[in-house]
Design a protein around this ligand. Sequence first.
Ligand code: PXG
Length: 288
Amino acid sequence: MKVYIDGKFYDEQDAKISVFDHGLLYGDGIFEGIRAYNGRVFKLKEHVERLYYSAKAILLTIPFTRAEVMAAVLETCRVNNVRDGYIRLIVTRGVGTLGLNPNRCKQPSIIVIAGKIQLYPEEMYKNGMEIVTVATTRNLVNAVNPAIKSLNYLNNILAKIEANIAGVEEAIMLNSDGFVAECTGDNIFMVKGKQLLTPPLSAGALYGITRGVVMDLGRDAGLQVGEPNLTRYDFFNADECFLTGTGAELIPVVKIDGRQIGTGQPGGVTHDLIERYQSLTKSTGEPI
Ligand code: PXG
């Protein structure tokens, strides 16, 4: 594997950054997780746009244009012969000193890794997964806003560890008001009759690219798509539930906190949206 760092490609074993990079010292940086399907990078423009939004929020100036970042992603796929895979795009604050001050970091670093990802076992896509609500709440929007896809994922990692301790793969995180925000690395949806509902961004959800695509696909399928504040009770009494994310794609949820959701099997609307999503990922995207 060849890894892109600041305009050059390095063999995997030589792809290294400084221990003084504030991305490592303080989690001071941002990232994107992107997928390639069938020789095209899915929603590349949207991912790069979100990267620039994250950069804006943390006052980090990316030393490239959007077009140059997109070109670096595509080039990394080409160099690695990735046609179907997963791309990690990272921008760190760069090399600084042992002190918080980001002004000591003169040059941000940009890294692109193109490889593979399998977030959940295949069997869960077929039979659905069980999730639990955990005690770690979503970060406050006026702290590190969870809309920023920053290198500070420790809050989500703690929630993931709690999920693992409970014997499941993913966790619902509530916000400080007790409303459902999302999961540790996935957005969450519920189906009730003809309604397709997902928590609003103001509840502490990430502006998920897959979330946006699935909302559009839901409208195409004739569903009423809404973003109200939702509680655990709403999810317990949903007909169907599923998670979305670049890594996870769409994965059905059949049990939450011990409550069976709907029939206890992945539902018809979920299946229909999975099919629509798969046909979109196969046929659209930036050619590699
Ligand atoms: N919420 C959070 C907190 C995320 O980190 C999503 C929702 C889904 O967003 P997208 O834009 O991907 O639909 C994410 C994205 C991983 C991994 O390595 C995590 C994500 C994406 C890809 C891989 O666990 N999270």
